[in-house]
Ligand binder design. Structure first.
Ligand code: 13P
Ligand code: SF4
Length: 301
C-alpha cells in the first residue's frame, strides 16, 4: 500500500484530522484536511471535534492545538521541531519582567511556548496583531514579545509606543532591504509581499506586509498576476495550486525554515499507527495558557 493511502486509512480508523501550516512540505500540505496560518489553525483546533489531531507545524502550534482542544489526542509528528523565536522568551524572564513592571500589559506573539503563554495577558498572531494592539486603551503600557520585528512594524503602523522584547525569527530577520531591491529589479511588474516578521526597513520597501493566510487571500483577490513572496518558500506551493494562472517569485535569499520541513509523510503515518508523539501538557498548564489565547480569539472575531 502506498503511504498516502495508508495515511487515509489510518486517519479514518482513528477519527483523525490532519492540520498543516502553510510552510510545511508540499506533500504534507496536499494530504492535510486543513492548511492555514497560525490563527486559522488555532481557530480550527478550538472548534475541532475529532478524537485525534495531527498537527503538522512547529511545537508551539501543536501545543496551541492541545490547549484549545484538550480532550483530543494531539500528535506532533516531529517533536524535535521547535520555533527558534519561541525559545527567545524564557518563561522565568517573562515572569521577572512582570514582577518588576506590574502596570505593563504583556502581549505575546503566539510563537511562544505554553509556559511563556501562562505568564502573559493576551496572545496574538501575525494575522490579528494589528487588531489586538489597536483595541488597547491609549496610554496603556505594553511589552510585546518575543518578536521585535513584528512589534516594531506595529509600533510604526499604529503609531503606538510599545516596549519590545529582544527576539526575532532568524529566517525572516535575514531578509535585507537589498533582497527586496533585487526582487523589484528582477520582477518589475510584480507586487512585493513580505511577512511582518521581517525587519521594519524591509517591510517599508514592500507593497504589503501580511501573515501567510493574509498573503493567500491577497493573491486570490488581487487583479495582479505576478507576486514576489517575501517569506518562507513553503507557501509558494499553495499559492501556485490555488492560482495556476499567476506567477510567484521567491526572494534570492531563499528563506527556508528547516523546522517546518521535519514533518514528513512517513512520520505522519508512524504517529497515526501507534499514537506516538502525543503533546503532553498538564491540566493546570492548559488552564493558564488558555486564558491569553481565548482573549485573542475573542478580540479577533
Ligand atoms: P503565520 O501565522 O503568518 O502563518 O506565521 C507563522 C510563522 O511562524 C511565521 O514565521
Ligand atoms: Fe519560527 Fe521563523 Fe520558523 Fe516561523 S519561520 S516557525 S517564526 S523560525
Amino acid at each position: 500500500m502506498d503511504i498516502i493511502q495508508e495515511i487515509a486509512e489510518l486517519k479514518a480508523a482513528r477519527n483523525a484530522v490532519i492540520m498543516a501550516h502553510n510552510y510545511t512540505l508540499p506533500e504534507v500540505q496536499d494530504i492535510a484536511d486543513f492548511s492555514g496560518d497560525s490563527l486559522e489553525l488555532a481557530r480550527i483546533a478550538a472548534d475541532c471535534q475529532a478524537k485525534v489531531i495531527v498537527l503538522c507545524g512547529v511545537r508551539f502550534m501543536a501545543e496551541t492545538a492541545k490547549i484549545l482542544s484538550p480532550d483530543s489526542i494531539v500528535l506532533h509528528p516531529a517533536p524535535e521541531s521547535g520555533c527558534p523565536m519561541a525559545d527567545m522568551a524564557d518563561p522565568a524572564d517573562v515572569r521577572k519582567f512582570r514582577e518588576n513592571n506590574p502596570d505593563t500589559l504583556l502581549i505575546a506573539y503566539v510563537n511562544t511556548t505554553a509556559a511563556t503563554k501562562s505568564e502573559v495577558d493576551i496572545c496574538c498572531t501575525s494575522g490579528n496583531a494589528e487588531k489586538i494592539v489597536a483595541s488597547l486603551p491609549a496610554g496603556q503600557k505594553v511589552m510585546f514579545l518575543p518578536d521585535a520585528n513584528l512589534g516594531g512594524n506595529l509600533v510604526k503602523k499604529l503609531d503606538r509606543p510599545m516596549e519590545l522584547w529582544n527576539g526575532c525569527c532568524p529566517i525572516h530577520n535575514r531578509i535585507t532591504p537589498d533582497d527586496i531591491r533585487q526582487a523589484r529589479q528582477d520582477h518589475p511588474g510584480a507586487v512585493v509581499m513580505v511577512h511582518p516578521e521581517c525587519r521594519v526597513e524591509v517591510t517599508a520597501l514592500a507593497d504589503e506586509a501580511l501573515s501567510t493566510g493574509g498573503m493567500l487571500k491577497f493573491v486570490a483577490d488581487s487583479p495582479a498576476s505576478e507576486f514576489v513572496v517575501g517569506t518562507e518558500i513553503g507557501i509558494i506551493h499553495r499559492m501556485k495550486k490555488e492560482n495556476p494562472d499567476k506567477k510567484f517569485y521567491p526572494l534570492e535569499n531563499n528563506p527556508v525554515c528547516e523546522d517546518m520541513k521535519k514533518i514528513t509523510l512517513d512520520k505522519i503515518a508512524s504517529v497515526l499507527r501507534d499514537l506516538s508523539c502525543q503533546v503532553q501538557l498538564d491540566e493546570w498548564a492548559i488552564a493558564k495558557a488558555r486564558k491569553p489565547i481565548e482573549k485573542m480569539l475573542e478580540l479577533s472575531k
